[in-house]
Ligand binder design. Sequence first.
Ligand SMILES: NC(=O)c1ccc[n+]([C@@H]2O[C@H](COP(=O)([O-])OP(=O)(O)OC[C@H]3O[C@@H](n4cnc5c(N)ncnc54)[C@H](OP(=O)(O)O)[C@@H]3O)[C@@H](O)[C@H]2O)c1
Length: 169
Amino acid sequence: MTPIKTSIVVAISANNAIGKDNQLLWHLPADLKHFKEITTGHPIIMGRKTYDSIGRPLPNRRNIVITRNKDLVIAGVEIVSSIAEAISLCAAQQGATSNEVFIIGGAEIYKHALALTDRIYLTVVHQEYEADAFFPELCEDEWTTIHQEYHEADEKNSVAYTFSTLERK
Ligand SMILES: NC(=O)c1ccc[n+]([C@@H]2O[C@H](COP(=O)([O-])OP(=O)(O)OC[C@H]3O[C@@H](n4cnc5c(N)ncnc54)[C@H](OP(=O)(O)O)[C@@H]3O)[C@@H](O)[C@H]2O)c1
C-alpha cells in the first residue's frame, strides 16, 4: 500500500495571521475555490474550534474533528482525540482514490501537525491583519517550493494573494 501523504492546507497573511474570534480574516472566493479543489474527495482533519467556525461537515470529504471532549458527537463527522489518531484512521482505511489527508487547521492543530507534514498548500494573502490565531514560522531550510502562482486583487478578491505548494526537503 502507498504510504499516506499528510498535507496542510492554510491561508496566512503577511504577518502569519490565520484568524480572529474564531473566524477567517478575509473573504477571498478564489481561495475558497482553491481549497475545495484541493480537498474534495480526500479526508480533512481539523480542530474542534475550526469545525465550530465552519459549522457543518464539508461535503464529498471525510470530516475528522480532533477534541479532548470524549462525549462529543456530531452527525457526519468522525471524532478523534489526537492528530496521530486521525492520520492512522485514514491510513488504515485509505481507498484507491485517496492517499493524501489534509490538515485544515486551526492554529493549535497546525502547531502540532507541522512536524508530521509532508506538503503544505499555502495561500499567502499580501496584507497584514490584527489576529488572535497564527500559523507557525516555517523554517525555510526544511521546505522546497514546487509551485507558485501570484494573483492580483480583482473585483471579487479584494487583496492580492499567492498560491504555493511546498514539499518537505
Ligand atoms: N486561514 C486559515 O487557513 C485557517 C484555517 C483553519 C482555521 N483558521 C482559523 O483558526 C482559528 C481557530 O484555531 P484555534 O487554534 O483557535 O483552534 P483549532 O486548532 O481549530 O481547535 C482547537 C481545539 O482542538 C482540540 N485540540 C487541539 N489540540 C488537541 C490535542 N492535542 N488533543 C486533542 N484535542 C486537541 C481542542 O478541542 P476541545 O476544546 O473540543 O477539546 C481545542 O480546543 C479560527 O480563527 C479559524 O478561523 C484559519
